[in-house]
Design a protein around this ligand. Structure first.
Ligand code: NAI
Ligand code: MG
Length: 362
């Protein structure tokens, strides 16, 4: 059997710093658990532009299509702000998402015990929270035509179009039901079928797909009510599936229930490959954090937890993923904190490497 393959793209700013901690964990898996990944590393974003004049080289793109999973750090930075739109660092990331056709974006909101006090909500509302938002990522109002700013009579009109085909809804719904089967077998679909035809179709197609998953308890909610319920009592949910626009808002809202940007992982999944596993890109939610880059201050947990998601969703190593998440939880429980997790003055924050080493030790 061949080793599972992983393409690592550290990118810019704090990307390489947080990825270095993941590399330690990957090495640990090889040395201590006999799980060896076939790892290749390459450039994406501004650093790729510096070397090749493009934020994503064709060879890197081709490699991303072959591997079992891609793990990305972050792209961008002030140095590249004046670049032409076509070669901006973000274009490298967008090209990966588009050409790998990653239509299903998984954003967990998970509350680590030691950070329950860190939330803006009451402790009992968030303690033990573990939900997953599945956002449709490649269609909807961010892509629909017609779009643009047009002249109409004596004024301008700005137009975007919410557009979903049945097959687009079907595939993201299946990915959410598959996920629900691996988790609590409970799925809530959110749209606004009360005022949007695309929402009516969304609800119909999700209901239809649900017939193939009789074990999953399916419910529907209007997305605005969903926003209220997410802040009132988020633990009522397990998996939520929603469109691109509502998912953008709801996943940011849900993520912040539990604390810092430095703790938030994500996965973007596509269609199954020949080996039955979905094409996959894992990355922290945060960006390249130029304000702290190069200072050893970045929290590596978001990137480490993104790797944990890869273990679970690309490599069928769910138990190892849970072990890694528990290690992060234990380290936080011991009081280890990078600067982003500290409200109080007078405590010396852990460095990126100290946090990574603590997770490794745990
Ligand atoms: P950002 O996420 O890079 O930073 C926002 C704030 O959170 C900063 O104060 C930063 O220091 C802090 N922060 C972020 N990650 C952290 C971590 N792991 N540990 C501790 N603190 C952390 O977002 P911002 O400032 O809006 O964008 C900076 C650059 O990153 C821009 O060039 C932007 O285009 C790019 N970006 C890239 C993304 C990606 O690669 N997926 C996503 C978002 C932004
Ligand atoms: Mg957003």
């Amino acid at each position: 059997m061949t080793n599972p393959s992983l393409l690592i793209l550290p990118g810019d700013g704090i990307g390489p710093e947080v990825m270095a901690e993941v590399r330690k964990i990957i090495d640990w898996f090889g040395a201590r658990r006999g799980i060896t990944f076939d790892v290749s590393e390459d450039l994406v974003g501004g650093c790729a532009y510096d070397k090749h004049g493009t934020p994503l080289h064709d060879d890197t793109m081709a490699r991303a299509q072959e591997v079992d999973a891609v793990l990305l750090g972050a792209v961008g930075g002030p140095k590249y702000d004046s670049l032409d739109f076509s070669v901006k660092p973000e274009r490298g990331l967008l090209r990966l998402r588009k050409e790998m056709d990653l239509f299903s974006n998984l954003r967990p909101a998970q509350c680590f015990d030691a950070l329950a006090d860190f939330s803006s909500l009451k402790k009992d509302v968030v303690a033990g929270l573990d939900i997953m938002i599945v956002r449709e990522l490649t269609s909807g109002v961010y892509f629909g035509e017609p779009r643009g700013i047009f002249e109409e009579g004596n004024e301008r009109v700005g137009i975007n179009t919410q557009r979903y085909t049945e097959s687009e809804i079907d595939r993201v719904a299946r990915s959410a039901f598959d996920l629900a089967m691996k988790r609590g077998k409970k799925l809530c679909s959110m749209e606004k079928a009360n005022v949007m035809e695309s929402g009516i179709l969304w609800r119909e197609v999700v209901t239809e797909v649900g017939k193939d998953y009789p074990e999953v308890e399916l419910s529907h909610m209007y997305a605005d009510a969903g926003a209220m319920q997410l802040t009132r009592w988020p633990k009522q949910f397990d998996v939520i599936v929603t469109d691109n626009l509502f998912g953008d808002l709801l996943s940011d809202l849900a993520a912040m229930l539990t604390g810092s940007l430095g703790m938030l992982p994500s996965a973007s999944l596509g269609a199954p490959m020949d080996n039955g596993r979905p094409k996959a890109l894992y990355e922290p939610v945060h960006g390249s954090a130029p304000d702290i880059a190069g200072q050893g201050k970045a929290n590596p947990c978001a990137c480490i937890l993104s790797f944990a998601m890869a273990l679970r969703y690309s490599f069928d190593l769910g138990d190892e993923a849970t072990r890694l998440e528990q290690a992060v939880n234990a380290v936080l429980g011991d009081g280890v904190r990078t600067a982003d997790l500290l409200n109080e003055e007078g405590i010396t924050p852990a460095t990126t490497a100290e946090m990574g080493d603590a997770v490794l030790a745990a």
